[in-house]
Design a protein around this ligand. Structure first.
Ligand code: NI
Ligand code: MN
Length: 220
């Protein structure tokens, strides 16, 4: 499995014939190395409607005919814009042709009236990814330790999401094999040193931290 960091909270995951994108914010992202036209995912996952997450979903999804997984309210809006949506909601799991997707809690605004932000637990051919989206730390992340997460994608930027100290606590609750930090350094307001986060996590837990620059790939 290849996991490419697109910058901010964007990831492109490739495994066998499957290609998945999380929160593709490329246009207007000062750290993005890719243009939306270059990305042709079969599946798009959108955690919430804030512009730094919804990003280029409509453009990419229409061009690539992607299937979009998100919460009900946002799916309704994206469906009206012509996207092929698979609405779900918090706690709900769907079987898919790559495996499964479950919408997990996220404590954060949805960016859309009546909606809720979410995270995703995605099983791709037996490999499990937890994409946290934008969230605060919460104790129920300990439910994820039962899922045996291979890779957790966690925000560390602080201010709008968990900062490094809370993300360390999240790692202790989730117990993933690997964690890739995200949602930092896109703007001065969320400046963080990911290598300091790496040292903290690796000295206090069994989890390995993979620090990726935008455009770089981790192979699992
Ligand atoms: Ni947000
Ligand atoms: Mn955000």
């Amino acid at each position: 499995m290849e996991i490419e960091f697109l910058g901010h909270a964007g990831f492109l995951v490739s495994e066998k014939e499957h290609s998945l994108v999380f929160d593709p914010f490329l246009s207007g992202n000062p750290l993005a190395m890719r243009k939306p036209e270059e990305i042709k995912p079969r599946y798009i996952f959108v955690s919430h409607a804030h512009p730094d997450h919804l990003g280029d979903t409509v453009l990419i999804g229409k061009k690539a005919n992607s299937v979009v997984y998100t919460t009900f309210e946002l799916a309704e809006q994206l469906g009206k814009e012509g996207l092929d949506v698979r609405p779900g909601h918090l706690g709900g799991k769907q079987l898919t042709d790559f495996g499964s997707v479950k919408l997990f809690l996220a404590f954060h605004g949805s960016g859309i009236p009546g909606g809720h932000a979410c995270g995703f637990v995605v099983d791709v051919c037996g490999k499990k990814i937890y994409f946290a989206g934008d969230t605060a730390l919460f104790q129920d992340m300990n439910q994820l330790s039962k899922e045996q997460i291979d890779v957790a994608l966690l925000p560390i930027g602080d201010l709008f999401t968990m900062g490094p100290e809370d993300a360390l606590e999240a790692v202790k609750l989730i117990k993933p094999k690997y964690v890739i930090p995200m949602h930092f350094n896109t703007l001065p307001l969320i400046k963080q040193d990911p290598f300091q986060f790496q040292r903290m996590v690796e000295s206090e837990t069994e989890t390995k931290v993979i620090v990726l620059d935008p455009g770089k790939t981790f192979t699992l």
